[in-house]
Design a protein around this ligand. Structure first.
Ligand code: DOR
Ligand code: ZN
Length: 349
């Protein structure tokens, strides 16, 4: 196949940041994606509906002129989140989901949840009003190995929560293990997002031949068998799996240092990378399900009316090694193979 036309895709997990970084990165998303679920882990985090409304306005103000893009806002769950405020956010149409960060799990998560019991009133209200919970599925216990944190989270936090509140709709974000894939398949009212980079790298990318900070993210990439399980899930067409890039820009000095931040920037080349992966798996006909159909179906939205066409070029494409933002340079994800699938045009503009 040399040409593929799909519905315009959405990104169901994205970090846009704020200020100069937001201005520097938003165009890479809005060029291709019609909608994105916007992560609330700013400093300070997006905790209330009023915070989300103000952040949405900043995003819309930063959008390149002429781009058609809808940010789907989330709230950062804390132990003090007010259920009435969450309900107001949902009923006003502003809030699409609430995000659970176990405290200490990742970037700017220290204000997250330590004791799930304290979050129960909000979670019960969300179950009642049909507002999904997006979860960063890793435990933070110092004695749990970093490569086991997703599997232990499923067993000790997610499964008990789902048994306690089976009506709560849960999106398990950035699934990185076969344990996660299997759990999603076995459960009801549960779906999972998969990132572009976890379909491409395993943990060797971070460590072989030297420490490569631009392949470090959380949840950290796992061993090859897990990557293969993610590929099988993403390319299966199963409606419970869909794209959430987790594109997470950090300026290079904060990645290339003694204690580098977690996050990989993929917004700019995600569609080319995904087409490559789906082609390798003989599943180009299922790219549309993964990137454009399964996500909206899960969130109760229509797929986008516009289309995107991808063309397979003979020459390999060139993406910048880094993008320059007002906050500083941000290194672009290098898939370590040449990319040929080019986004020709979409009718969203
Ligand atoms: O790699 C990551 N980066 N994982 C996360 O969970 C957070 C994100 C960020 O905000 O930088
Ligand atoms: Zn994220």
């Amino acid at each position: 196949m040399q040409k593929l036309t799909i519905r315009r895709p959405d990104d169901w997990h994205l970090h846009l940041r704020d200020g100069a970084m937001l201005e520097g990165v938003i165009g890479d998303t809005s060029r291709h994606f019609a909608r994105a679920i916007i992560m609330p882990n700013l400093v300070p985090p997006v905790v209330t509906t009023a915070d989300a409304r103000a952040y949405r306005e900043r995003i819309m103000a930063a959008l390149p002129q002429g781009d058609v893009f809808q940010p789907l806002m989330t709230l950062y769950l804390t132990e003090h989140t007010n259920p009435d405020d969450v309900e107001e956010g949902k009923s006003s149409g502003l809030i699409t989901a609430v995000k659970l960060y176990p405290a200490g799990a990742t970037t700017n998560s220290h204000g997250g949840v330590r004791d799930m019991d304290k979050a129960m009133p909000v979670l019960e209200r969300m179950a009642k009003i049909g507002l999904p919970l997006c979860v960063h599925g890793e435990v933070t216990d110092a004695d749990v190995d970093i490569f086991d944190r997703e599997a232990v989270f499923i067993e000790t936090v997610l499964d008990p929560l789902r048994r306690r509140l089976p009506e709560l709709k849960v999106t398990m974000e950035h699934v990185t293990t076969s344990d996660g894939v299997d759990y999603i398949k076995s459960a009801s009212n549960l779906a999972g997002t998969i990132t572009t980079h976890h379909l491409i790298i395993n943990r060797n990318a971070i460590l072989v031949g030297g420490i490569r900070p631009h392949y470090y993210c959380l949840p950290v990439a796992k061993r090859e068998s897990h990557r293969l399980a993610l590929r099988a899930a993403a390319t299966s067409g199963d409606g419970r799996f869909f794209l959430g890039t987790d594109s997470a820009p950090h300026v290079d000095p904060l990645k290339e240092c003694g204690c580098g931040c977690a996050g990989i920037y993929t917004s700019i080349n995600t569609m080319s990378c995904l087409a490559h992966v789906f082609e390798q798996e003989g599943a180009l006909d299922r790219l549309e399900a993964f990137a454009s159909l399964n996500g909206p179906a899960w969130y109760g939205l229509e797929p986008n009316a516009e289309q995107m066409t991808l063309i397979r070029r003979i020459e390999s494409l060139s993406f910048p090694d880094k993008i320059e933002t007002g906050a500083g340079p941000v290194t672009v994800f290098d898939p370590m193979f040449p990319l040929h699938w080019d986004v020709e045009a979409h009718s969203g503009k």
